[in-house]
Design a protein around this ligand. Structure first.
Ligand code: SF4
Length: 236
């Protein structure tokens, strides 16, 4: 069922994705060093915030010419905090960015793809962030599992176990039904996030407007879900 849903999501969001510009940069294959840097920085900055705030922080970094891993290593921590303030949690995120830039500057210099273990050893890099970096910065075919993925699969399959299932088990399930290709897996993750923000929201999923309603166990089994509130907000 996931591969069918993936196709439906892709067709729809190619036209409608409100963050298409941001995600297109992430999804595309070979990237310049600058693009790799922007995406890697984005994986840290986006933690616990939304893209609007991330884009403000990235614009600040650009204005201050902090736009390489080397510059990130050089800049004083307090100055970095000030620049990334719009993304929130800026004290922790400045530490995370410096830790990640130490690893990635060496990797890029040596044309080496970091291992998942090396990424996980960086401060502030959990499984979702590590896998996002592998897919979007180093074109590795790894499924990414986040809060949106868990909620989406739980509803599509009508199985709340997805909310607490082991990360790696969900990865195995995704890889069984989607092509083991970084573009497919990266796009699937991006689409699920956008869908979760626009339709499959945490508290009031907008099933009535959702183009997946006939494929979704949750919608089919929960008719009162159609009494949703279209104006609710959810960034989780
Ligand atoms: S039909 Fe409802 S629960 Fe199912 S994917 Fe769409 S918004 Fe989510």
């Amino acid at each position: 069922m996931i591969s069918k849903v993936h196709e439906q999501l892709k067709d729809y969001y190619i036209r409608l994705d409100p963050h298409a510009e941001t995600w297109e940069l992430w999804i595309k294959g070979e990237k310049s060093t600058l693009e790799t840097y922007e995406v890697a920085v984005g994986t840290i900055l986006v933690q616990n915030t939304n893209w609007r705030n991330v884009n403000k922080a990235i614009a600040n970094l650009k204005r201050a010419n902090v736009f390489s891993f080397e510059e990130l290593q050089k800049i004083e921590k307090e100055d970095l905090e000030e620049l990334i303030k719009p993304a929130g949690f800026y004290i922790q995120k400045s530490i995370y960015l410096k830790s990640l830039s130490n690893l990635l500057s060496t990797c890029i210099l040596n044309e080496h793809t970091p291992s998942r273990e090396e990424l996980l050893a960086c401060k502030g890099v959990g499984k979702e962030t590590a896998d996002s970096i592998l897919v979007y910065c180093f074109q590795q075919p790894v499924p990414i599992v986040g809060t949106y993925t868990r909620r989406f699969l739980a509803r599509i399959y009508g199985d709340i176990d997805y909310l607490r299932k082991k990360y790696e088990i969900i990865q195995e399930e995704i890889i069984k039904v989607l092509e083991k290709n970084f573009e497919v897996l990266g796009r699937f993750h991006a689409l699920v996030v956008v869908h979760g923000q626009n339709y499959c929201q945490k508290n009031n999923p907008m099933c009535l407007e959702c183009f997946l309603q006939t494929s979704c166990t949750y919608a089919l089994k929960t008719p009162n879900r159609f009494e949703n509130r279209p104006n609710s907000e959810d960034n989780n």
